[in-house]
Every structure is written in C-alpha cells, then in structure tokens.
Design a protein around this ligand. Structure first.
Ligand code: ACM
Length: 456
C-alpha cells in the first residue's frame, strides 16, 4: 500500500524511504493541531501519532489501517504487511460529516446500527443522524408512554416498492434505552456523534396510532403501511406539547449530542398553531442546553431560536437559513440522497428519485461557505431498503465518495479518485463484508425484478 491509496484523501503527505513492519505499536502523543487533526509519522524506527484530540487518534489509526492493506479490515487474520515510511498530516474540511440512517421505515437491528457506525468511522464520517420515528414506525422506547413502541413500533404490512401492492408481512422493532446508550457509547469511541431525530408535527402517524388523543378525530389511527407524505399531523394543543416535551426529555437523558433533531419536514395543511408547536419544542430543547435541528421547512416559522437547519429541498434553503442566522448542514436531495437510483438502468433495484451516480456524489460542492456552514450530510432513507444488504447496496460506494467530499478540501478529479476507489478502497469494503454496488451495476441477486420504483 502507498499513501496515494488513502480515502478520504489527506491534506498532506510526505513519503520517505523505507518501510516499517505491521502490526506495529503506535506511540500516541497530544499535539497542537486543528480539531480532529493528526500527524502520523512512520519511520524505520517506529510509528508516532500526534493527535489534536481523541477524534484525531481515531482518524490517524484509520489511516494506518488503510496503509496496512485491505486485510487489516478483516475482523481477524491480518496479512503480514509493512507500512510505507513518511508523514501524513491531516484534518477535516468540515466539522459535520454526517449520514442519516432511517431506522423508522425499516427497522435495523442494534447490531446492524453498530456495524453502520463502524463503516462511518472507517470513512472518517462523524455524525450519525438517527431517524427514529416516522409514519411507518416508532423505534424509541419511552417508559412513560409504552404504546409508542408496543403499538407504534409495528405495522401489519408494507407497500412493495412504489406500486399499490402490499406484502402482507408484519414489520417492526424498537430500541430500548440501554440499546441506544450502547449505540451512543460505541459511536463515541469511534468519534461518531449520534444525533437522534424525533419527527414532528408530520411524519408522526406511528405516534398517532399509539395515542390517538395526540391527533384529531380526522387523524389516521394506524401505523402507515404505505410510503409517501401523510396529511395526518399532530394536533398542536397543550396536551400534545406536554407529551412531546416528556418524550424529548427522555431523549435528552439518553443522547448527549449537543444537537437534537425534531424534524419539521413535509407538513401539508400545517397551520400557525403547528408552526408555534414546533417553535415551542425547539425552545424547550434550547432551555435544556441543546441546539435544535430541523429540516428547512421550519424556516417558515417566525421567532425560531438559532438552530441547525438541514437543507434538503435545495441549496438555496441552506443559503436562506444562513442569512437568518442559523447554522447549516447541506444535505440536498438533488445531490446526496443515497436512496435515489445510482444509474438510469431500469435494472437498478426499485429505482426511485433522480439518478445520483457515484461521479455525481463525488462532484457535490455545497453552494454555501463560511462559518454558518457546519458541514454536509448524506441521507439513507429506507422505504425501499428492507434489509441491511439493501442499505449496503445503496450506500456504498457512494458514501465513500461522499466521505471524501466531507473530509478533503479538493480539488477533486474523478479520474484520480476512481482508481483509488476501485483498486484500493473496494477491496477494503470487501474485507469489511460490505455488499456495495459494483461499479458496472448490480449483481443479479441485487436486482428486484418486477418491484416498481418511482424514478424522477
Ligand atoms: C426529507 O427528506 N423529508 C427531509
């Protein structure tokens, strides 16, 4: 292996003659470096890793692992190898290098979430935005409100692709407080912050099914078995507000993240009362020392406290959010929605959305700069990802390309990236057991013949 195989690409590399044997011991030392930065010096006499902070150590060790070769990514059985001598000095472009994982539409087991955390850390990504609740399922156990999970965590059937057909197969699951604490601690040890999301006042049919008094008599009374945008919203009255204050209080006990997400997206028919409801919950989080995060629809709400805005509908939303004094995470669906299809080939499994090729994702350049821009985030919505194998297929290797966008300032050249990915990084994903989409298109067993998508 050599320094030019690293992904994401480091800020600076100075090769030197010689090699050092791997596995090796690493002499870790604190140093004054940019946040999350590290300086990795490999010489024939040893490996020194200078780090800015614990995250810097995680990233320096990831770089070492890449230099040791793909076999170092296996759980056991490192191949005999050696490290090239030289110095890597590195730190990230953005402080927020995120990926949203939707565990509401399709539940991912705790073990699958832990594995996803490993994959984020292997790519030097540092935020897991965990989408815990939606119309189709509530995954966060709240002891005071057991029906949220005993009722809201389950549905009798799911829509097959984007057609009208139902599979007739029950689906569900949820995380206990201990499950989530374990995920948070595991992620923290890999420098990943878990930012939980409870989506209000829309995307809340699972909660309405559990506690119909949260809605009106016109609200849906079942966990939704279809995909789409529901018109059933929470009823923005005092009792609902009190209920969700308690839900968020419990969330805060489990998630130490400075940022807590409350959704706010896709609320057809929302009134001023709904907007006030979102604002009051945002204020509730602020009063408890956290920064609320909302999707860019919340910019229509007057009097919001300073928030983090996830700019998903377009780039302009991020620019607008910054001009209103909010921090911004750029995650536009035109560029970084990884549930969208990866090519125009009709054989792509359940093709939805626009075509976002690997090259498209690699080319993503946020249309905002400056101190309001916290960073970027890719999104893995899971309506059509009913297994972890489907998540692997949609997320990788596009998330590998995205990781370089989030970490490396550029300039970016796809022709330079592609051989690095193909010849060096895909073997790492193979060693990790990731069932990514081959560059030439899906394996036959990765297709879903006959399951209709909804290409845009
Ligand atoms: C979103 O995709 N509704 C944030």
């Amino acid at each position: 292996m050599a320094f030019d195989t690293l992904l994401p690409r480091p800020v600076s590399v100075t090769p030197a003659p010689g090699t050092y044997p791997w596995p090796s011991t690493v002499d870790v030392r604190p140093a004054s470096l940019p946040p999350e930065g590290y300086r990795l010096s490999i010489s024939p006499s040893g490996v020194v890793l200078e780090v800015a902070d614990p995250a810097g150590e995680v990233y320096g060790r990831e770089t070492l692992r890449q230099l040791a070769g793909p076999a170092a990514f296996r759980v056991a059985g490192f191949a005999p190898s050696s490290l090239p001598c030289g110095v890597v000095e590195d730190h990230p472009r953005f402080g927020w290098r995120g990926c949203l994982l939707d565990v509401a539409r399709h539940f991912r087991t705790k073990a699958e979430v832990l594995r996803f955390v490993d994959l984020l850390a292997a790519h030097k990504l540092n935020v897991l935005n965990l989408h815990l609740t939606d119309d189709q399922g509530w995954r966060f156990e709240v002891p005071a409100f057991p029906r949220l999970t005993s009722v809201g965590g389950w549905r009798p059937s799911s829509m097959v692709g984007s057609g009208g057909e139902q599979d007739g197969r029950p689906h569900g699951g949820f995380y206990t407080g201990d499950d989530l604490r374990e995920i948070v601690a595991y992620a923290a040890s890999r420098a990943v912050t878990v930012v939980p999301e409870i989506d209000i006042p829309g995307h809340a049919r699972a909660a309405l099914a559990a506690y119909p008094a949260l809605g009106t008599s016109a609200s849906a009374s079942e966990v939704w078995t279809s995909w789409g945008i529901s018109t059933s919203l929470l009823s923005p009255v005092a009792s609902t507000l009190d209920f969700f204050r308690q839900v968020f209080n419990h969330l805060l006990e489990i998630f130490p993240s400075p940022v807590i997400a409350l959704g706010g997206d896709e609320t057809p028919g929302a009134t001023d009362e709904h907007r006030a409801f979102v604002r009051q919950l945002a204020e509730h989080l602020v009063a408890r020392g956290r920064t609320p995060m909302g999707w860019d629809e919340v910019l229509d709400i007057d009097g919001l406290p300073p928030m983090v805005i996830g700019a998903w509908r377009n780039e302009d939303a991020g620019v607008r959010a910054a001009s209103h004094g909010h921090d911004v995470v750029m995650c536009p669906e035109q560029h970084v929605y990884l549930d969208h299809r990866q090519s125009a080939d009709p054989a792509e499994p359940i093709p939805v959305g626009w075509v976002h090729t690997l090259e498209d994702v690699y080319a993503y350049a946020p249309a905002l700069s400056g101190e309001r821009l916290r960073g970027v985030q890719a999104q893995v919505w899971s309506e059509h990802l009913d297994s972890v194998r489907r998540v692997d297929y949609m997320a990788f290797p596009r998330l590998s390309a995205f990781a370089e966008v989030a970490w490396s300032p550029g300039p970016r050249d796809y022709a330079e990236f592609l051989p690095r990915l193909r010849d060096h990084h895909l073997p790492r994903l193979d060693a990790l057991g990731v069932e990514y989409r081959p560059l030439a298109g899906p394996h036959p067993w990765q297709t879903r013949p006959g399951v209709p998508g909804r290409p845009r």
